[in-house]
Design a protein around this ligand. Structure first.
Ligand SMILES: C[S@@+](CC[C@H](N)C(=O)[O-])C[C@H]1O[C@@H](n2cnc3c(N)ncnc32)[C@H](O)[C@@H]1O
Length: 213
């Protein structure tokens, strides 16, 4: 495989040294970095790292979701699908202390960061887990996700086909996707299975709400 020239800009979706943010065990050397997530209702001091999504700071799409998504279900099980270092999961947990927030990812470094960030921010209601560790009978009142579009269209569809059917009957998911990464075609695909509403379109991002039909 071709190696990237040192100093060259990382290819889209890579996080240096040909490591991807969705690798189970990132090969790029760890270099933790502090980031602050400041929202009107709460502030979180978080640690991110190389080898995970959002190493440079809170992703603008993630921030849009956290600012604009409708109010969360106050209790029950909530899911951050693809939690990374935990910006979404911890916000859900702080906004809904009565809920159990599942923070799910495949990247072990991201899961470790999310666990440590939950502890540091006293978000005791976050349950950090690999996809396989979430019991099959758990149903989610809310799913929020900045999904891993870079895994490819088929893999992304499989991922959403796995988790969206686990919404409760009156539950809702909110997904943030960049327009140039296929937000509109994803909305069309989602609309063939679920009720889809375009909640916001800001900068290059689309905020999609998905409900069971
Ligand atoms: C775009 S990033 C968003 C990370 C974080 N939620 C944020 O907003 O900063 C998508 C995340 O999905 C994770 N991911 C990739 N494939 C996954 C899968 N099959 N199941 C769960 N998470 C996955 C990636 O490792 C990555 O952390």
């Amino acid at each position: 495989m071709m190696r990237m020239a040192k100093g060259a800009m990382a290819a889209k979706g890579t996080v240096g040294d040909l490591s991807h943010y969705f690798d189970e065990t990132p090969s790029v050397e760890s270099a933790p970095q502090a980031v602050r997530l400041a929202l009107p209702d709460l502030t979180l001091d978080l640690t991110t790292d190389r080898g995970v999504f959002g190493r440079a700071g809170v992703d603008p799409g993630t921030k849009l979701l956290l600012l604009e998504a409708p109010v969360l279900a106050p209790s029950g099980d909530l899911l951050d699908l693809g939690c990374g270092y935990g910006a979404i999961a911890l916000t859900m947990a702080r906004r809904c202390p009565g809920a159990a927030v599942w923070a799910v990812d495949v990247n072990r470094r991201a899961l470790d960061l999310c666990r440590a960030n939950a502890e540091a921010n006293r978000a005791a209601n976050v349950r950090v887990a690999t996809p396989e560790e979430v019991p099959d009978d758990v149903r989610f009142a809310t799913i929020w996700s900045n999904p891993p579009v870079r895994i490819g269209k088929d893999a992304l569809h499989q991922l959403l086909d796995r988790w969206l059917p686990r919404l409760t009957n009156d539950g809702a998911a909110v997904l943030v996707v960049q327009k140039h990464l296929g937000a509109d075609s994803l909305a069309t695909w989602l609309g063939q299975r679920w009720q889809v509403e375009r909640l916001r379109s800001r900068m290059s991002y689309r905020l999609l709400q998905v409900r069971p039909t």
